[in-house]
Design a protein around this ligand. Sequence first.
Ligand SMILES: Nc1nc2c(ncn2[C@@H]2O[C@H](COP(=O)(O)OP(=O)(O)OP(=O)(O)O)[C@@H](O)[C@H]2O)c(=O)[nH]1
Ligand SMILES: [Mg+2]
Length: 183
Amino acid sequence: MNKHQKRYKLVVFGASRIGKTSTILQFIDGRFIETYQPSGDETYQKTIQIDNKRVEIDISDYIRTRDGFILMYSITSRYSFDLIQDIHNEIYRIRDKEMNEHIPCIIVGNKSELTEEREVGTEEGMKYSESVQCHFIESSAKRNENINEIFEIITKDVIKYKENNNQIESSNEEIKQKGCFIV
Ligand SMILES: Nc1nc2c(ncn2[C@@H]2O[C@H](COP(=O)(O)OP(=O)(O)OP(=O)(O)O)[C@@H](O)[C@H]2O)c(=O)[nH]1
Ligand SMILES: [Mg+2]
């Protein structure tokens, strides 16, 4: 990684067996494995191009201290969709953020090709995501549908978020240097 290249840390959260590892492997290696293997705490890296800039993203399943969150459920599992809502609340609790503050996040309904087994409607996923100000997409790790898009959308959100926060930090710095304090 050259020293000008930025690195962003993402995490994929969600219930067991909904396709988190499959999505990451499809994205990183362009492969899909039918047989299920439970995950440990692996991390994966890939360099992608965002608006003509190369950025490195670092993806894991289980780590907490992340820049952006991919909250994944399977459209075939109502339980996994409900769990996303708990995880979302938990992230805000751990980060000590108000619900109206933005944390870079995308909600992903995976296994989208299993239409016959669908338990969660597209509209429903979309509505919930809107209500918590997260991006939303349905994907299929199996068919490699919308996989790159997941990582592109979340990385753009993280970049924008970091730029805004740096602006806020540097303007706070300016205020401090001018000797003003806001309590
Ligand atoms: N039909 C279909 N099957 C999928 C898709 N994505 C993953 N799978 C299958 O679902 C099973 C679980 O996928 P994993 O990627 O291991 O799920 P995970 O969320 O990482 O599971 P844990 O690591 O246990 O939390 C595997 O048998 C995959 O082949 C998909 O888009 N469509
Ligand atoms: Mg896994």
